[in-house]
Design a protein around this ligand. Structure first.
Ligand SMILES: [Zn+2]
Length: 249
């Protein structure tokens, strides 16, 4: 039974991932989610059923538009595959539970933010405002730990990034995003998420500069690292922090 649910959840992730791409690419541009229907950005041919299978359509067409041959952005299949795999990961770790549902919600937010931030260097307010009430209600409802843990998480997450924003180098979108993520994962997970995001962001940033993919002063979007650190802390935070404390204690 588990294997069928696992396959179902992965397929659900692939299909939703395709929708998250649309949200991430259209909302910051001020476009409607429904109109026009998906079309090639170059030749404007309306995409048919054959073109809309997550990941597979991209692979079968060799990453090109079937009608005009223009290259399709790698963000599409990557966003879809990432959502499918992360959905599967959440299910395997948390099963069919409220915490698992919260995890799927967190993955959904993470994928949209990542695609938006990579494409536009922007974390859309509308997306944060959509997820805010869901998490505001869900976290107290789950009552896993006292509410102050989550309030402190939001305060630290938003506070640390606000300080960084005041000294430049961090956008207000990141501040709002990390306040929301801090509310979800709580204290002290939020600190772990921040450290992971900084370490990974620095490593990737330096790597991109050394390999000449970006130039020296070019800013790197921080949102993708924040959501990655948050997902890691959400799933393994207590394990990692406990492991660390046994060393210094
Ligand atoms: Zn085309």
């Amino acid at each position: 039974m588990t294997i069928f649910i696992a396959i179902y959840i992965t397929l659900l992730g692939l299909v939703l991932g395709s929708f998250f791409n649309v949200v991430a690419l259209r909302v910051p541009a001020g476009e409607s989610l429904l109109h026009p229907p998906s079309q090639c950005p170059k030749c404007s041919t309306r995409l048919g059923v054959r073109d809309l299978f997550p990941v597979f359509s991209y692979l079968l067409s060799g990453g090109k538009c079937r009608y005009c041959g223009v290259k399709v952005s790698l963000l599409y299949p990557l966003g879809e595959a990432a959502t499918g795999l992360l959905f599967l990961w959440i299910y395997l770790k948390l099963g069919l539970s409220m915490k698992g549902f919260e995890g799927l919600l967190l993955v959904s937010l993470s994928v949209i933010i990542t695609v938006s931030d990579l494409k536009y260097m922007l974390i859309p307010n509308k997306v944060l405002l959509f997820f805010l009430p869901l998490f505001l209600v869900l976290v107290p409802f789950m009552a896993e730990d006292p509410l102050w843990v989550h309030a402190l998480g939001a305060l630290c997450g938003g506070g640390i990034l606000l300080l960084l924003a005041l000294f430049g180098g961090m956008g207000m979108g990141d501040v709002k995003l990390f306040a929301l993520l801090g509310w979800v994962i709580g204290w002290p997970n939020v600190i772990l998420a921040f450290l992971v995001a900084c370490a990974l962001g620095a490593a990737v940033g330096v790597g991109l500069q050394l390999s000449g993919i970006i130039h020296k002063k070019q800013p790197v979007p921080f949102g993708p690292f924040l959501v990655f650190g948050t997902l890691l802390a959400f799933l393994y935070g207590p394990d990692i922090i406990g492991f660390y404390l046994t060393f210094i204690g």
